[in-house]
Design a protein around this ligand. Structure first.
Ligand SMILES: [Zn+2]
Length: 292
């Protein structure tokens, strides 16, 4: 019998946006919990029916972590860092560094890290358990007030305690390396920050443009490739302002569908590249064919 190692390294998916070569590197999967605790504002039965209709398990919401790596000239860019050592979403995530190394990408060669917002599954991989930077030469691009909010000591005793603890452990040691970006700003060549509030107050969706091609990074505008799209008004439990998040989702998805913009879903099935199409009162994710 063949002994198969328990440890898996995921493949890395190469693709292009114009002449910019990108790679999707997995951080693994997040176990978010029982559907009725994750998605609110709809009956448990309806959420279960949607999952069943889409051949998905009904006892647990599991989503992926699709991290984008690309190079702009001499600048190596990573978008999000996964959970790092944080295990609040189970044992399935935290694989980014292993998968980067397996792909020949040295964390020390990353120059810029873009974070849509400072939640554990996005900034948890910035530092190791000793508070040392995992990406020692990288600048970290994020929104200023989101940084201030999620590292606020006053929230350490609140409902947000876990997220604040992880944000503080990962961002405060890197204070000197933070670069605050503004919505609407092209802060790196061809990389623009879009304001998409609701999940957090200053949640940012990044867009990469090269020639006539572009890629819109959904970040946490959508957490589930089926549920967040079929009913964009469905509330996600971790949305800071659920009704603003629902409005933002509907507005942005409508534009992306109408303009046929290519998207990357951070939490969608790997590698997460495709398009959003209008479907009834909502949308559907159409994954693009894999091209090796
Ligand atoms: Zn997330």
């Amino acid at each position: 019998m063949v002994e198969v190692s328990k440890h898996r390294t995921a493949p890395v998916y190469p693709f292009f946006v114009g002449d910019v070569k990108g790679y999707i590197v997995s951080d693994g999967t997040l176990a978010l919990g029982a559907p009725e605790k994750v998605f609110l504002g709809e009956t448990t039965q309806k959420v279960e029916q949607a999952l069943t209709r889409n051949f998905l398990p009904t006892e647990q919401i599991i989503v992926e972590q699709n991290i984008l790596f690309f190079s702009l000239g001499n600048t190596n860019v990573l978008v999000e860092t996964g959970v790092g050592s944080f295990r609040g979403f189970g044992e399935g995530a935290g694989q980014l560094v292993d998968n980067l190394r397996a792909a020949g990408i040295d964390p020390a060669r990353i120059d810029a890290i873009l974070c849509s917002h400072p939640h554990p599954d996005h900034v948890g991989g910035l530092c190791d358990t000793a508070g040392q930077p995992t990406f020692p030469h990288a600048s970290i691009y994020l929104a200023e007030h989101d940084f201030a909010y999620w590292t606020d000591e006053a929230l350490l005793d609140s409902w947000a305690a876990v997220a604040v603890r992880v944000a503080r452990a990962n961002l405060l040691p890197l204070r000197e390396r933070l670069v605050f970006i503004r919505a609407g700003e092209e802060f790196l060549p061809g990389v623009t920050a879009h304001s998409t509030p609701g999940h957090t107050a200053e949640h940012i969706c990044f867009e990469i443009s090269a020639g006539t091609d572009s890629l819109f990074l959904l970040g946490d505008l959508a957490h589930h490739a089926v549920l967040s799209l079929e009913n964009p008004l469905l509330h996600f439990a971790a949305d800071l302002d659920p009704s603003t998040a629902a409005k933002t989702r509907t507005r942005v998805f409508s534009t992306l569908a109408a303009e046929r913009t290519r998207v990357l879903g951070y939490h969608f099935p790997w590698p997460g590249l495709g398009h959003l199409a209008k479907q009834g009162d909502g949308f559907r994710f159409v994954p693009e064919p894999i091209r090796w």
